[in-house]
Design a protein around this ligand. Structure first.
Ligand code: NCD
Ligand code: ZN
Length: 341
C-alpha cells in the first residue's frame, strides 16, 4: 500500500440522518457517492415507527438517488413506549429494517416520542434479543439535573449496564461514543456490545465549540468532550478492534436553524466524511486500519457480507465547500489532504 493512495473495500456508514423531502434530495448524493450501505436513522417528524412507514421512507430514499448509483439504505425502527414486539419482529423478518433505535425521550433532535423509562420496552427488547436484532442506542440520559458533559457516562451506569445484565443476549450498538469512559466500557464488555464513532468527534474537543466565540456548527449531541476523550476515540477507531466502526451521524440542519437563539444539534459531515476519517487515520499512522473500521467491522457486527467493490483515496489537497445548499458542512472552507479518486 503506497502512502499516497489507499484502496479499501467500499465503506458503509452505520449511522446517518438522511432526512426527507428537499433535504433528502440535497444530502443523499454526498452519502451515496462513497458509502455502499447506510443505516438510516428514523428520527423524522413523525418518526418511523411502523413497517409501513419504513417501507415508504425507503422508497423515497431510493427515488431520490442519483441514477446509476449502487446504494442500499438499511432502515431502522424508532422505538416508542407503544411499540409492539410483533411489529418489530415482523419488519426484521421481512428485511424491512435491520435494527431498532432507542432515543431516550427528549435527549436529542426529534426524540420527543422516545422512551422515558427503558423498563417500559422490556418486552420489545426481549424479543429483539431472541431474534438477534441489534438495538442502536443514543447513549445519553435526558435528565436535566445531569451535567450535559456527563450524560453519556451516566447513561452507561444507569441504563446500559443494567440493560445488558437483564438482556445479556441482546446485541447493542452504542452510537456515536464521545468519552474515554464509553470506549473502556465497550472494550470491557462482551462481544454483544459494539460502538460507532463519528468523524467529527475524532477531530474536535469541547474547546472547539468556543474557539474565538460560539461555534454553532460544531454543536451536536452527544456534545464533544475533553481532549483526553477525543484521544481515546482516536485510539479506539484506529486500533483495528472489531467493536468499533464507522458511523458519521451526519445530521444536516439549515444554517438558519443552527445560527439562532436555540440552535439545533447536528453536524453535517457527509460531503467529506471518509476523507476526514482518512486524515485522522493518517495522522495516527494507522491507514492500514482504515478498512477494518470503515468497511469490515460494521458488516461483521450486523452479520452481513462485506462490500465487494473497492474505493481509492489519494493524497491531494482540496477545500471543503463553504455551503452545501442551505447547510454548512463540517470543516467548511478548510483544506483536506485526502480525496476520493
Ligand atoms: C441528530 C439529528 O439532528 O437528527 N443530531 C445530533 O446532534 N447528532 C440526532 C442525534 O443523532 O442525536
Ligand atoms: Zn444520530
Amino acid at each position: 500500500m503506497s502512502s499516497d493512495a489507499i484502496t479499501i473495500r467500499r465503506p458503509d456508514d452505520w449511522h446517518v440522518h438522511l432526512r426527507d423531502g428537499d433535504m433528502l434530495k440535497a444530502v443523499l448524493p454526498y452519502t451515496a457517492r462513497v458509502f455502499g450501505r447506510v443505516v438510516v436513522m428514523p428520527n423524522l417528524s413523525p418518526p418511523v415507527t411502523t413497517v409501513a412507514s419504513a417501507l415508504a421512507y425507503r422508497e423515497r430514499i431510493v427515488a431520490a438517488l442519483p441514477t446509476g448509483v449502487n446504494f442500499t439504505p438499511l432502515m431502522t425502527a424508532y422505538l416508542t413506549e407503544a411499540t409492539a414486539p410483533d411489529e418489530i419482529a415482523r419488519g426484521f423478518a421481512d428485511k424491512v429494517w435491520v435494527a431498532a433505535k432507542l432515543y431516550p425521550a427528549n435527549a436529542t433532535t426529534n426524540s420527543a416520542h422516545g422512551v422515558t423509562d427503558i423498563r417500559k420496552i422490556d418486552a420489545v427488547l426481549a424479543r429483539m434479543a431472541e431474534i438477534g436484532m441489534p438495538l442502536l442506542v443514543h447513549g445519553e440520559v435526558a435528565d436535566p439535573a445531569v451535567d450535559v458533559f456527563d450524560r453519556e457516562a451516566v447513561f452507561l451506569e444507569r441504563v446500559l449496564a443494567p440493560l445488558m445484565a437483564r438482556q445479556p443476549a441482546l446485541r447493542i450498538v452504542l452510537e456515536h461514543v464521545t468519552t474515554r469512559a464509553a470506549v473502556t466500557f465497550v472494550e470491557e464488555a462482551g462481544p454483544n456490545l459494539a460502538a460507532t464513532i463519528t468523524a467529527h468527534h475524532l477531530v474536535i474537543n469541547r474547546n472547539a465549540l468556543f474557539q474565538d466565540g460560539l461555534r454553532p456548527h460544531l454543536y451536536c449531541l452527544p456534545v464533544a468532550k475533553r481532549e483526553a476523550d477525543r484521544l481515546a476515540l482516536r485510539r479506539a477507531a484506529t486500533s483495528g478492534g472489531a467493536k468499533f466502526f464507522l458511523g458519521t451521524d451526519s445530521a444536516p440542519h439549515p444554517v438558519k436553524d443552527k445560527e439562532c437563539d436555540c440552535g439545533c444539534a447536528g453536524i453535517f459531515s457527509a460531503p467529506n466524511a471518509l476523507e476526514i476519517y482518512a486524515r485522522v487515520f493518517d495522522e495516527e499512522n494507522a491507514l492500514d486500519k482504515l478498512e477494518a473500521f470503515a468497511s469490515v467491522n460494521g458488516p461483521h457486527f450486523y452479520r452481513m457480507p462485506v462490500n465487494r467493490e473497492t474505493i481509492t483515496l489519494t493524497r491531494g489537497e482540496h477545500a471543503v465547500a463553504r455551503d452545501v445548499g442551505s447547510v454548512r458542512p463540517f470543516l467548511a472552507g478548510e483544506t483536506l489532504n485526502w480525496r476520493l479518486a
